[in-house]
Design a protein around this ligand. Sequence first.
Ligand code: PEP
Ligand code: MG
Length: 324
Amino acid sequence: RVSGLDALTGLPGETTDGVAIDLLVNTGLQTDIIRSQESGADGVGLFRTEIPFMMLGRFPSEEEQAKIYRSQLEAFHPRPVTMRTLDIGGDKSLDYFPIKEDNPFLGWRGLRVTLDHPEIFIVQVRAMLRASLNLDNLRIMLPMVTSVGEVEESLALIHRAVYELNDEGVHVETPQVGVMIEVPSAVYLVNEFISLVDFLSVGSNDLTQYILAVDRNNPRVAGIYDSMHPAVLKALKIIVAAGNAANMEISVCGELAGDPLGAVALVGLGYRSLSMSSANLLRVKSVLRQIDSGWAESVSNDLLKLDDPKVIRSTLQLALQQTG
Ligand code: PEP
Ligand code: MG
């Protein structure tokens, strides 16, 4: 970590004109907890639950999952912890649950897998709910959502898990539920999702991959994978405009949020909540604490008029240098 940044740990994420920006962390490994706490995060914006599933080498039981989830919830309490339901398939595979497909990124992944296996989904949600007993800081987030029906089906399963537990004498309440916006269809359905859930979070990694039709992990096309592509920025603008108009909490949890330049662009577009790897948090906080939100807005509006991602980056970089 760059020295000098440590002094920012206890300071709020805010722009020079006092606009608060929530800075959250993405977690997965148990070891992420300590580093995240050291960064002074406002909570967890994305807990990638598939990571403990990968580490264990078999499906964890409800009991085992509850223990893992409890440690995240306790570590950050009373700050919110947003747990994503299992997001396997695509680039994230479980050795003990092989999925062989010609087009894994367009195949059986994320919510598609768990809605086809509601027993996996229900056990996971039950574990999360049990872990949250008397803590009240759990939020559940759905990955790879492409349709309204998937959200409705997921909500029904979550309600069923709540009902089951209460029936068993475990008094849990329905937590806040959110949808990840990470495929093009979700961008067009953002208003429908807003009417169904409590929050939205943009997965800019997958959103970039699917908007640009470029594999996020293929080195041959890595040069054209860029979250600052104007098409991606325009999508990000559409999403945040819809969210802000409806007063819906909306954040970004892809890599773009942890890139200081990306974070400035996102704040300029209207985002007020960013979730990132703990390693990037203080650097992002440092940059955001030096900019004015109105200035960022006018810079982002200018960026939206440019055609080339490289020019967009250099324009943003230059604007940032000129502001001091
Ligand atoms: C994303 O797609 O941007 C995201 C945050 O999720 P993941 O990187 O785990 O797919
Ligand atoms: Mg994703």
